[in-house]
Design a binder for this molecule. Structure first.
Ligand code: 13P
Length: 250
């Protein structure tokens, strides 16, 4: 059984004060909700406040990125030990915005993934194709290549806690969601590749999330797909009532 994972990626939005105001409104709306795991990924300056504010609740807080080393002369970076020191146990890796605007590579994602595993941080590895790649019938090849590079030299037991997010770049922030069938097809490709990399047991247990213009209007049909084990929500996770509606899909 794969427990659904519903996550909000706040990207570069919300100061600590705005983040805590969100929690004040959101936590009562999802109090006692145990069907799904719920997590919020605020920006670095709000992360500590959010993790403290979530203490004792059914919602977890995670980081949007991290470096793979514990410390060093790397301006602007945050290390796994620093995340652990503030109680952070989840991290998003390889988000397409990191790849498109900040030259993130899957070789680095692989190093980060290993570091996350070594520090007991649950990694959410994002993969997804460009519109041009989909139009050129390259989706399957792109997804397989991205996943293989991210998982290089990771053993099945190390991949135990891994979460994957399928985020087609053409669906992010555009309002045009992948149809549930297109998303399910991509998830099936990823699970097949996971079986190849990590064995069937790990592939069966790994949650694969969908991300890209998820909103209350399309969450039910997405979650109805057997291959979709949760969602990574951007814009629609910024408003407490909207994100609570997503968490309470039927
Ligand atoms: P949107 O939900 O705003 O399309 O963003 C998706 C995303 O990038 C989540 O990581």
């Amino acid at each position: 059984m794969r427990k659904p994972f519903i996550a909000g990626n706040w990207k570069m939005y919300k100061t600590p004060k705005e983040s805590l105001a969100f929690l004040d409104a959101f936590l009562p709306l999802v109090e006692g909700h145990t069907r799904d795991e719920i997590a919020l990924f605020p920006t670095t300056t709000s992360l500590s406040a959010v993790i403290d504010g979530l203490h004792g609740s059914n919602v977890r807080g995670g980081a949007q990125n991290m470096h793979w080393l514990n410390e060093g002369p790397y301006t602007g970076q945050t290390s796994p030990t620093m995340l652990v020191s503030i109680g952070c146990r989840h991290v998003i890796l390889g988000h397409s915005e990191q790849r498109l605007y900040f030259n993130e590579t899957y070789e680095r994602v692989n190093l980060k993934l290993k570091a996350a595993i070594n520090h007991g941080i649950t990694p959410i590895v994002c993969v997804g194709e460009l519109l041009a790649e989909r139009e050129d019938q390259k989706t399957e090849e792109v997804l397989r290549t991205q996943l293989r590079a991210a998982l290089r030299n990771i053993s099945p037991s190390e991949a135990r806690r891994l979460i994957i997010a399928y985020e087609p770049i053409w669906a992010i922030g555009t309002g045009s969601t992948a149809s549930p069938e297109i998303a399910a097809q991509a998830h099936a490709i990823l699970r097949h590749e996971l079986t190849h990399c990590c064995g069937e047991a790990t592939a069966d247990n790994t949650r694969i999330l969908y991300g890209g213009s998820v909103k209350p209007e399309n969450i039910n049909e997405l979650m109805a797909q057997e291959q979709i084990d949760g969602v990574l929500v951007g814009g629609a996770s910024l408003v407490p009532t909207t994100f609570a509606n997503i968490v309470q899909y039927t």
